[in-house]
Design a protein around this ligand. Structure first.
Ligand code: GLA
Length: 382
């Protein structure tokens, strides 16, 4: 590969024996909250990443250093446990996965730095987990496949960060491919790359700068609401094991009387279908039709799944008035973070200027925006 460089912030930690890994954040074009329902997603790895250096040391101690937090943690291997809310928990969760799988680990020195904005819905935590998993795999010569590493990184998020996430973020970070999106079947983990040909359009993210503290608890609640829905449908249709297997008719018939569960499940079933149709739009090169589906996804996430917030809704409503924005929606888990927008290149500057002023005036916050390039997934860069 060779095109990804060690960031200056980490150079002081690199010697001849150091392994350096880069693992990117992700965007998702469509297919939100579908991964843990065994549906499809359409993510891509981006040009913002987490970098990890790792090197063996004698003994059984781990020395973890975060450049971003300017903090070092020392811990004995046999004493590791979750530290919810602390940056080290994502690293320790991955170490724990290797131990669970019976891998012998000795002491090591690890440093970490990233330019994936935290809490912006770009999966900085998955990027950390995947970078650490990839680095440990190399250090220990453990030979886990990328798929196994993705599952271990996801398990680390469940056990050490307490978020019962799906597989999308970790998969996208590990399997990303430059200029391609990944259509991932979250049931079978089969995947296909699609070239993302945007022509005169670009992808721009608008960051609400809202980091909602409810995000992880509400996320787990949504997940269990979907599971309840599946249970209710399963009583009448024994072949339904996830919302992927359900139709909208089944949802109406079996969950109709439970207002909240009904809206949650309806959204998911519709979104799984929307993604399939959206992929056909992309194959036909019909970006406009695809963009309309993004708006529909936002509507569903906001009204039925209820994972949006007023700032996300504001940003999506605002861009609707520009016909050169062909699609926009909130992205990721929700309750803050970014919207993803497909915008005609020529309009970007003007729109960013107008929206920045309007956002500050109406929402009282500075707006950030990121132009996104799609890059390769996790790799060793030293
Ligand atoms: C978060 C989770 C993913 C996925 C998205 C919503 O990013 O980590 O697994 O569920 O939310 O699509």
């Amino acid at each position: 590969m060779g095109e990804y460089r060690i960031p200056d912030q980490l150079k002081q930690f690199v010697t001849d024996n150091t392994i350096v890994v880069r693992s990117p954040g992700r965007i998702n074009l469509i297919g939100e909250h579908t991964d843990y329902n065994n549906g499809f997603v359409l993510p891509a790895a981006i040009d913002k990443a987490v970098y990890v250096t790792i090197e063996q040391v004698s003994g059984t101690k781990l020395f973890l250093h975060s450049v971003d937090f300017n903090e070092t943690v020392e811990i004995e291997l046999n004493a590791i446990k979750p530290v919810p809310g602390h940056w080290s928990t994502y690293i320790l969760g991955v170490v724990d996965q290797f131990l669970q799988k019976g891998k012998q680990i000795g002491g090591f020195k690890l440093s970490i730095y990233g330019d994936v904005p935290l809490g912006a819905g770009l999966s900085s935590s998955a990027a950390v987990e995947c970078a650490v998993a990839f680095a440990l795999n190399e250090l220990l010569n453990a030979r886990f496949s990328r798929k196994e590493l993705a599952l271990m990184a996801q398990a680390a998020e469940h056990t050490y960060a307490g978020v019962k996430c799906g597989i999308m973020d970790q998969f996208a970070s590990l399997f990303g491919k430059k200029d391609h999106v990944i259509r991932l079947d979250c049931r079978s983990l089969e995947y296909e790359y699609f070239p993302l040909e945007l022509g005169e359009y670009v992808i721009v993210l608008f960051d609400t700068m809202v980091k909602h503290s409810l995000a992880s608890s509400e996320y787990n609640i949504r997940r269990s609401q979907c599971e309840e829905g599946v249970m209710l449908i399963g009583q009448n249709y024994s072949s339904v094991h996830s919302l992927r297997d359900a139709t909208i008719e089944m949802v109406n018939e079996c969950i109709g009387e439970f207002e909240t569960a009904h809206r949650r499940c309806k959204y998911v079933v519709e979104e799984i279908d929307r993604l399939q149709k959206g992929c056909k739009d992309l194959e036909r090169g019909d970006l406009k039709a695809f963009g309309q589906k993004m708006y529909a996804t936002h509507e569903g996430l906001s009204k039925d799944y209820e994972v949006s917030c007023k700032e996300l809704d504001y940003l999506v409503e605002y861009v609707k008035q520009y016909h050169m924005v062909i699609g926009a929606r909130m992205m990721g888990g929700g309750f803050g973070g970014c919207t993803i927008n497909i915008i005609k290149k020529d309009l970007v500057e003007e729109l960013v200027n107008d929206l920045t002023v309007a956002y500050l005036k109406n929402m009282g916050k500075e707006l950030k925006h990121y132009m996104v390039n799609i890059e390769d997934g996790t790799s060793i860069i030293n």
